[in-house]
Design a protein around this ligand. Structure first.
Ligand code: UGA
Length: 438
């Protein structure tokens, strides 16, 4: 059993802290947002993540997990052997990552720490930040106390973050201090996975390269989808056929509206920025981003093609979150799509199973519906924006009866073109050959 402090109770911090507690460690999660911490003390989570609330409750009851706003309490109270930094790194000017929260965390840790520490950085930070954090800590210490910095990038997907933490494909640890990295590796031994130890900058780069590759895979299949539409092939089967090749793999080859969320958009941009600043020409990354922006326009274009004009039409968005099993609206395609529809004079309605509250904060002049059938009422078209499971088995006859015109643009290819045609819908998927687009 080790004592761990986790700074930041967002997706990464809360999942990391709770899972380490579940593995038998004593964990204190810290956040400077008092409202979040008060909520957590009462069992109210600041985020929606399947299975996390139960896990938090179990570990709080077992006395392994606690929450505080005090660095003094979190670091010296336990006392912590490890401090994980898992704070946000929002997008700054020109795509450069904004490191103000990392800086604040490093300064606060240095201010209070009264014993040797291993500081583990989980936040996604520009390559070289680990060295910068070490400099900040050194500069802020009141007296020299030994410490090491280890980079431990996270590969957690929202919606399946607990599963991803407990069953990782690999754990990457970067440090110039091999002994410190080995101690962090020990924390991960119960996960029985490959543990890779590198230098700091390489570990930081592995994170960016991983997200950029996954984003590129999606943009690749979206470009193939556009070509499939032109040539009459079905991208779903193309992806399956291509994916059987073990060198390629089937995952992250679902064509659709493209990628959003708090990670891919920010990380691809930040990597391109780092490359440009260092005199490189990241043309592939640029194309990956351009294709992704086009996908959002494409669904609006498909609705326009079906209806002739968007002026005075009512369009329903089925799903709002950037992907299923989360209420996260950060860089959700639904936001851009709603704006584009409204700019052309359409009335936008919307429904999402869990993201209605977070969506209401960022969507304006959008009519929020209680369920998919209420959404359909009076709609000239529905766009499937998020592939929630509950949308896959809707009563299509009822949905069609409620609509003014039976047009469905399936931005996530969750329905089959033939079935939808049999129901009498005008159906457009993404890259579904002549059947899905003609
Ligand atoms: C992503 C990575 O998958 C994680 O490994 C990483 O740790 C995380 O970013 C991060 O950097 O923190 P996440 O943003 O939660 O995780 O979501 P993904 O499941 O990767 O999906 C990203 C976007 O790609 C979503 O908008 C999704 O709809 C889209 N997507 C995904 C597709 O359009 N097609 C696909 O085949 C797969």
């Amino acid at each position: 059993m080790k004592n761990i402090c986790v700074v930041g109770v967002g997706y990464v911090g809360l999942v990391t802290g709770t899972c380490f507690a579940d593995l038998g460690n004593r964990v204190c999660c810290l956040d400077i947002n008092a409202e979040r911490i008060e909520g957590l003390k009462r069992g109210i989570l600041p985020i929606y993540e399947p299975g996390l609330a139960e896990m938090v409750k179990r570990n709080v009851q077992a006395g392994r997990l606690s929450f505080t706003t005090s660095y003094e309490e979190a670091i010296n109270g336990l006392p912590a052997d490890f401090v994980f930094i898992a704070v946000g790194t929002p997008e700054g000017v020109d795509g450069e990552a904004d490191l103000r929260y990392v800086r604040m965390a490093a300064e606060s840790i240095a201010d209070v720490a009264d014993h040797p520490l291993i500081i583990v950085n989980k936040s996604t930070v520009p390559v070289g930040t680990g060295d910068w954090v070490a400099d900040i800590i050194r500069a802020h210490q009141k007296k020299p106390i030994p410490f090491s910095v280890v980079s431990n990038p996270e590969f957690l997907r929202e919606g399946s973050a607990i599963q991803d933490f407990l069953n990782p494909d690999r754990v990457v640890l970067g440090s110039l201090d091999r002994e410190a990295a080995a101690k962090v590796a020990d924390l991960h031994l119960p996960l029985r996975t490959t543990i890779m130890i590198t230098d700091l900058r390489t570990a930081e780069m592995i994170k960016y390269a991983s997200n950029a590759f996954l984003a590129a895979k999606i943009s690749f299949i979206n470009e193939i989808a556009a070509i499939c539409e032109a040539l009459g092939a079905d991208v779903k089967e193309v992806a399956a056929g291509v994916g059987y090749d073990k060198r390629i793999g089937r995952t992250f080859l679902d064509a659709g509206i493209g990628w959003g969320g708090s990670c891919f958009p920010k990380d691809v941009k930040a990597l391109a920025y780092m490359a440009t600043v260092h005199g490189r020409h990241p043309q592939l990354l640029q194309a990956v981003m351009d294709i992704n922006t086009d996908q959002r326009r494409l669904v609006v274009q498909k609705v326009r093609d079906c209806l002739g004009t968007l002026e005075g039409k009512t369009v329903g968005l089925l799903g709002l979150a950037f992907k299923p099993n989360t209420d996260d609206m950060r860089d959700a395609p639904s936001i851009d799509i709603a704006h584009m529809l409204q700019a052309e004079g359409a009335l936008v309605k919307a429904y999402d199973p869990v993201a209605m509250v977070s969506a209401a904060r960022v969507l304006h002049d959008v009519v929020l519906a209680e369920d998919p059938y209420e959404l359909a009422e009076g709609c000239d078209a529905i766009i499937v924006v998020t592939e929630w499971n509950e949308f896959k088995q809707l009563d299509m006859a009822r949905l069609k009866r409620a609509m003014r015109q039976p047009v469905i643009v399936d931005g996530r290819n969750i329905y089959e073109p033939e079935t939808m045609k049999a129901y009498g819908f005008t159906y457009r998927g993404i890259g579904r050959g002549y059947n899905g687009c003609g």
